[in-house]
Write a protein that binds this ligand. Structure first.
Ligand code: KG4
Ligand code: ZN
Length: 339
């Protein structure tokens, strides 16, 4: 089956071609200019998607050596995300579907992340756990099949990526702050400063990261009112990162033990974090669990994961939509919470 897929939920414009579960192309254009504004500006994001999407699509088809009429279906992420950004991708995908008379499969972006764990690793067996950690989401999913997954825990306030970005801003680093903190933390001492690990012993799998930025703000006000000396930045970054990573690792692997899964995956932008990857790998090793960290092209926002899931849905007959009337939904997460 040949699928052309689109992703435009936030600040990445992506088009991909999937043929029989294999990624033939996965073109991603990231909107780096948001750094200037300290965060994603929704209106500018949707305009940039509009400018990029045709070119990205041509490149994806060209790299895959496929003409649009040769595809069997179109897939597109339609929720959750920035409404204007989602509209660009979904209308473009509808246009292609209409022009070439192809079925169209609307995909939930978070579900795309969840199953991206299998994209490069067909050996991953259900049930598995996936910690989806990005700038907008932090949830832990127990995944039992392509149709069944439940949320076992979620953030009650900020996403982990937001915690990285907001504390980085307080430290005077550029947006997005996660990669900056990661880089500086490599030269720092994670135990130098003690920041709160909120809810680490709450006995459930929920997270809370909003207290961390407040703690960092008070800490800076008390200790470095005139700015953080450059020499102190690595220790501060390492200590902030440790506070985030410790909670993510503890909850993820406590859940892995409780639900007796053989595989743990991480996905979303924050899964690029080097300490999170190292700690997850070593904790998984201690527990005899397989750890799956997809390469970055499939961790951050990408159309390949959207096309991959669409193919599964089409093959199992769950999705045979030729209907072009679906709408985007900025907030939908289609998974029930585990009781
Ligand atoms: O999945 P993503 O590309 O976009 C969405 O939010 O959906 O994730 C972006 C987030 C940002 O908050 C960014 O700071 C964070 O991922 N991030 C990182 C790293 N690389 C990206 N956070 C920590 N360490 C990194 N190396
Ligand atoms: Zn995402």
């Amino acid at each position: 089956m040949k699928i052309i897929a689109f992703e435009s939920s936030c600040d990445e414009t992506s088009a991909a071609v999937i043929v029989d579960s294999e990624v033939k192309s996965n073109i991603i254009s990231s909107q780096y200019f948001h750094g200037e504004y300290g965060g994603v500006v929704p209106e500018l994001a949707s305009r940039a998607h509009l400018q990029a999407i045709s070119r990205i699509t041509e490149r994806a088809l060209e790299e895959a050596g496929l003409a649009p009429e040769e595809t069997d279906a179109v897939a597109v992420s339609i929720e959750p995300g920035l409404v204007g950004s989602l509209i660009v991708g979904s209308n473009f995908a509808k246009g292609i579907a209409l022009r070439y008379s192809k079925p169209i499969v609307p995909i939930n972006h978070i579900e795309g992340h969840i199953y991206s764990a299998i994209l490069e690793n067909p050996g991953v067996k259900f049930p598995f756990l996936n910690l989806v950690v990005s700038g907008g989401h932090t949830s832990l999913f127990l995944v039992e099949s392509f149709a069944d997954k439940t949320i076992v825990g979620s953030t009650r306030d900020d996403a982990a990526g937001e915690a990285f970005d907001k504390t980085a801003k307080l430290l005077g680093l550029t947006y997005p702050g996660g990669p900056e903190i990661d880089k500086l933390a490599r030269k720092g001492d994670r135990k130098k400063f003690d920041f709160p690990r909120s809810m680490i012993n709450s006995g459930d799998y929920d997270f809370s990261f909003s207290g961390l930025k407040t703690a960092v703000r008070y800490f800076l006000h008390k200790n470095f009112r005139d700015g953080v000396p450059e020499a102190t930045l690595p220790d501060l970054c390492a200590s902030v990162q440790a506070a985030i990573v410790d909670v993510l690792i503890k909850k993820t692997f406590d859940a892995a033990k409780e639900f007796k899964v053989g595989f743990v995956a991480i996905s979303g932008g924050v899964s690029a974090n080097s300490e999170l990857r190292e700690k997850a790998k070593s904790r998984a090793g201690e527990l005899g669990i397989e750890f799956v960290a997809p390469q970055m092209n499939y961790c951050a926002d990408n159309a390949a994961m959207i096309g991959f899931l669409a193919e599964k849905k089409l093959l199992d007959g769950a999705e045979k939509s030729y209907d072009l009337t679906f709408a985007v939904d900025p907030s939908a997460i289609r998974a029930k919470r585990k009781k």
